[in-house]
Design a protein around this ligand. Structure first.
Ligand code: 3YP
Ligand code: ZN
Length: 373
C-alpha cells in the first residue's frame, strides 16, 4: 500500500490557548492552605510556544494546514455518557466554568465549545489522512483527552479526543481496524476503558510505571470479552531514556502493529516523557522523539500506507516541548529546520538501557502474542 499524498498535515487553532485551566498549579490554589496561585501545569504556554516555533522555524511552510471543526454531541456520545456531556455543557455556562471530573481538570466559561474543537481537530486530521489529502498529520489540540473515561474527565482531559476520532472513523468513514499508540508518559486509561472489550481497536500505551493514574496500566490489563488481547500496556521504569523507549518500539509497538494490521494509526502524543518534564521522571530527548516517529513511520508504511494521525496530549516544560514537537513534525514531513539548542543537555540522558528497564519491556512484549492473529 502506498500513500496517495506525501504531505504532512498540521492543525492548530488560537482558541486552544483560551482553554482556561485557572490559577492552581495542578491543585487549586487556596488562601492560607499553602498552594500559591500560578499558571496551571496544563497551561496554554507549552502548546502556544510549540506552534510559534513551527512558524518561526519556517517548518509551517512545508506543512499542509488542516482546519478543525467542532465535534457534535453525537460524536461525543460514541465514547461518553449523556450525563458527562450534560455536566460539561452546564458547567461551561457558569461564569467561572467547572471541573471535568477529578478536581484537577478545570475549565473556564465556554470550555465545552473549546473541547468540541479539540475533539473535532483530531477528527478533521483523521479525515484528511483517510481521504489521502495528507499522508500523515499532527493535531496540536487542547484540552488533551487520553485520560477521559466514558463517565467523566480526569487528568486535565474533558473528552477523549482520540477515542472520539476513532469511533468517527469507524462509523462515518468506513474504517474497520484502528490502532492507538499512546506515548504520553502517563497511562492512556481513558482510551483503554473505551475500547477494552472492542477487538476493532488495538490500544497500546507506553507509560512510566505507576505514574498516573495510580495503579493503572499494568501488563496484566490486556482487554476483556471480545476485546481480550487488544489492550497492550508497557509500564517503563522511571529514569528510562531514548534506548528504552526505542526498545519498547521495536519489541512491542512495531510487532504488535504488524500482527494487528490497522488501517490507520492514531497517536496520543505527549512530550511528558522528556528529560525536562516536571510531571514524570523519564529522559527522552527531542532526538528520541524523532526516533520514535521514524520507527512508527516505518511500520505504518508496511501496514497501513503510512497513515498516521497524531493528537497532542501532555508535555509540561514550556522551554523544551516545542523542540520535541518540532522534531516529530520534521520527521513526519521529511524537512529539517533549526537545531535544538537543548541538545547540549543530551549527555545527561545518554546512558544505555539498564537491565531492569529491558526486563520490564520484555515482560510487556510477551503480550504481543496474545493479540488474536
Ligand atoms: C494529572 C494529575 C497529576 C499528573 C497529571 C498527568 C496529566 C497528563 O499529562 N496526562 O497525560
Ligand atoms: Zn501525560
Amino acid at each position: 500500500m502506498t500513500a496517495t499524498s506525501t504531505r504532512t498535515g498540521y492543525l492548530y487553532h488560537e482558541v486552544f490557548g483560551w482553554h482556561d485551566t485557572g490559577s492552581g498549579p495542578i491543585f487549586p490554589s487556596n488562601g492560607f492552605g499553602g498552594v500559591q496561585p500560578m499558571l496551571h501545569a496544563e497551561s496554554p504556554e507549552t502548546k502556544r510556544r510549540f506552534h510559534e516555533l513551527v512558524v518561526v522555524s519556517g517548518l509551517i511552510k512545508e506543512l499542509h494546514r488542516i482546519e478543525p471543526y467542532s465535534a457534535t454531541e453525537e460524536d461525543l456520545l460514541r465514547c461518553h455518557t449523556v450525563e458527562h456531556v450534560r455536566a460539561m455543557q452546564e458547567a461551561s455556562k457558569l461564569p467561572k466554568g467547572g471541573d471535568a471530573g477529578d478536581g484537577v481538570s478545570p475549565f473556564g466559561n465556554g470550555g465545552y465549545e473549546i473541547a468540541l474543537l479539540a475533539a473535532g481537530g483530531i477528527m478533521a486530521m483523521t479525515d484528511a489522512v483517510l481521504s489521502g489529502e495528507v499522508r500523515n498529520g499532527y493535531a496540536l489540540v487542547r484540552p488533551p483527552g487520553h485520560h477521559a473515561i466514558p463517565s467523566m474527565g480526569m487528568g486535565f482531559c474533558m473528552f477523549n479526543n482520540v477515542g472520539i476520532a476513532a469511533r468517527h472513523a469507524q462509523t462515518k468513514r468506513g474504517v474497520g481496524r484502528i490502532a492507538v499508540v499512546d506515548w504520553d508518559v502517563h497511562h492512556g486509561n481513558g482510551t483503554q476503558a473505551i475500547f477494552y472489550e472492542d477487538p476493532s481497536v488495538l490500544n497500546i500505551s507506553l507509560h512510566q510505571d505507576n505514574c498516573f493514574p495510580p495503579d493503572s496500566g499494568k501488563i496484566s490489563e490486556t482487554g476483556a470479552g471480545a476485546g481480550t488481547g487488544y489492550a497492550l500496556n508497557v509500564p517503563i521504569p522511571p529514569g528510562s531514556g531514548n534506548p528504552a523507549y526505542e526498545y519498547a518500539m521495536t519489541q512491542v509497538v512495531m510487532p504488535a502493529l504488524r500482527r494487528f494490521r490497522p488501517e490507520i494509526i492514531l497517536v496520543s502524543c505527549g512530550f511528558d516523557a522528556s528529560l525536562m518534564d516536571p510531571l514524570a521522571r523519564q529522559m527522552v530527548t527531542s532526538e528520541g522523539y524523532r526516533r520514535l516517529t521514524t520507527l512508527l513511520m516505518e511500520v505504518a508504511d508496511e501496514v497501513c500506507g503510512g497513515r498516521i494521525a497524531m493528537s497532542h496530549e501532555g508535555g509540561y516544560n514550556p522551554m523544551y516541548v516545542p523542540f520535541c514537537g518540532l522534531a516529530v513534525l520534521e520527521q513526519m514531513s521529511g524537512h529539517t529546520t533549526l537545531v535544538d539548542p537543548y541538545s547540549a543537555f543530551d549527555y545527561m540522558a545518554s546512558g544505555p538501557m539498564l537491565d531492569h528497564q529491558r526486563a520490564a519491556i520484555d515482560a510487556a512484549a510477551k503480550n504481543v502474542a496474545g493479540i488474536p492473529a
